[in-house]
Design a protein around this ligand. Sequence first.
Ligand code: ATP
Length: 574
Amino acid sequence: MRILTVAGGAALLALPVLWGDAYYLNMLILIFLMAVMASSWNIMGGYSGYISLGQSAFLGVGAYTTAITADAWSISPFLAAPLGGLAAGTLAAVLGLVTFRARGNAFIMITFAMLYLLGIVALNWTAVTNGNDGMILPAPAWSRDHALCPFYYSLLGLLILTLLMSKAIASSRFGLGLTAIREDEEKAAGIGVNTSAAKLAAFVASSVPIGVAGGVYGYYLGFLDSRTMFSVVTSIMIVLAALLGGPGTLWGPVLGAFLLEPFSQLTNQLFTGPAAGAWRLIVFGGLLLAVLLFLPKGVIPGVRQALARKRPAAVGKRLALAAVPPWLAVGDGARLEVADVRKRFGGLTVLDGLDLTVEPGSITGLIGPNGSGKTTLFNLIDGGMKPDGGTILLDGRRIDASSRWARSRSGLGRTHQITRLFPNLSVLRNVVAGSDGSWAAPAITGAQAARGAELLDLVGLADYRDLPVGELSYGQQKLIELIQILMLQPRLVLLDEPAGGINPTQVEQMGALIRELNRAGTTFLIVEHNMPFVLGLCDTVHVLAGGRRIASGTPQEVRSDPLVLDAYLTGAAQ
Ligand SMILES: Nc1ncnc2c1ncn2[C@@H]1O[C@H](COP(=O)(O)OP(=O)(O)OP(=O)(O)O)[C@@H](O)[C@H]1O
């Protein structure tokens, strides 16, 4: 692949000198432009899964900023183009700050609205943009014989820089965080990924090259009008190019641009007159739909999948519990205090002034009939939901107002009733996805890989480190979810039904693992319906019913408490 890249790059560098046909050079300039835009879009849309339908707004903002500053300072638009990137990045940062809670379709609609609004502003802010009449840029001063070369090389250079940035992000911790967001954003936050900051940074990174490209493109056209620069069709084509080639891959958006741009030129020749724009919208909108329906992964991942040899299924490995690594010794564990916590869903009161304490270094059980609010309490503790009232303290510090990722970083880990992992990432990537480290660090450092390997060894799954985690059995995935949070060296671990849905041998192994980790200092709070398991494991058990704690004590005390028996019998009768 490297040889192919170098050869392709060398051919593109030499092309204008060897073969200066203006038609094809113009085509390549437009392909480079589309490749820059699609590769930039890919950083947000492909890596983190947030689809922006307004990316051409950055092209427009970059083009106008460049033209206006070049005119005001009497400099070449080439020199002013980085300011176009700066303006686009600033716009993305502001929009990202305002919309970072919006997900899925809401994010798509917001980006689309931004494009539409900015188009209207550009059209009507006549004093700055010249409105309907458009802006004329100065003609290039260089020789007409090589008129296209500076545009060709500057866009090719920008494409190379964009690809280098995209590659650096993909292989960094930042990129791994973005992929985790794409797979399961809440889970990513739950293992310490600062999702808001990562999305914001990705959005800015996905806008800056487009802004710079806008500056160069505007100069290339020599004329700016708001309809061309803030075009919906361009935005659709950006998404289409990335999806066609393969979103989330490095070369997919480039391939998509090479496939799509010649077709776009063809439609330019086919559709002329006042309805041309509408026809192009129909064609590219339809094409986008077709790609989404029939080629959802794009060409490159589709071909890779077809070529991949069938792997043997990951089954049947007996669990062998190795020794807990010394770096998991976390001292005395953490103390959790839940005081007067309340939670309602509409008219349903699930938690009604709940108080409970988990002592440091304990294995504490939390039981109660179905629907008594155990998982809801976990969601309130880990930050997945906000309580309606009350306080939650970890080692004496209130955590109920902190973000989810900050709670996870402060020593709190949590597994889910139905296991939540990043199914398309490898086992090892899942295990290390939450570990500490600067964004610029490699996605998996040597030290992290070594710790990940130790944890995989701990649960007897080292052989599967490179398989997509979705290929493991349910019981194996449960163990991976547990070691995933161990990577963050938590002092308090909340386990939601760790023995649910796994075979008796695995239940035994799970119990042994929890005991070993507890000996190393980790505090556990465990929700579990398997009574022999939970009563055999825990020092203290709290019982929930009717939104309150109705009993607490040793397993023996709780087992014979008439209130508890009554709650279970009433719960069972419902
Ligand atoms: N997001 C939500 N919106 C509305 N109701 C909810 C929501 N989450 C939970 N509930 C309701 O709150 C109640 C408590 O649910 P929760 O899952 O916390 O109970 P649980 O004790 O964990 O039950 P189980 O043992 O069956 O897992 C249930 O009646 C459930 O339907």
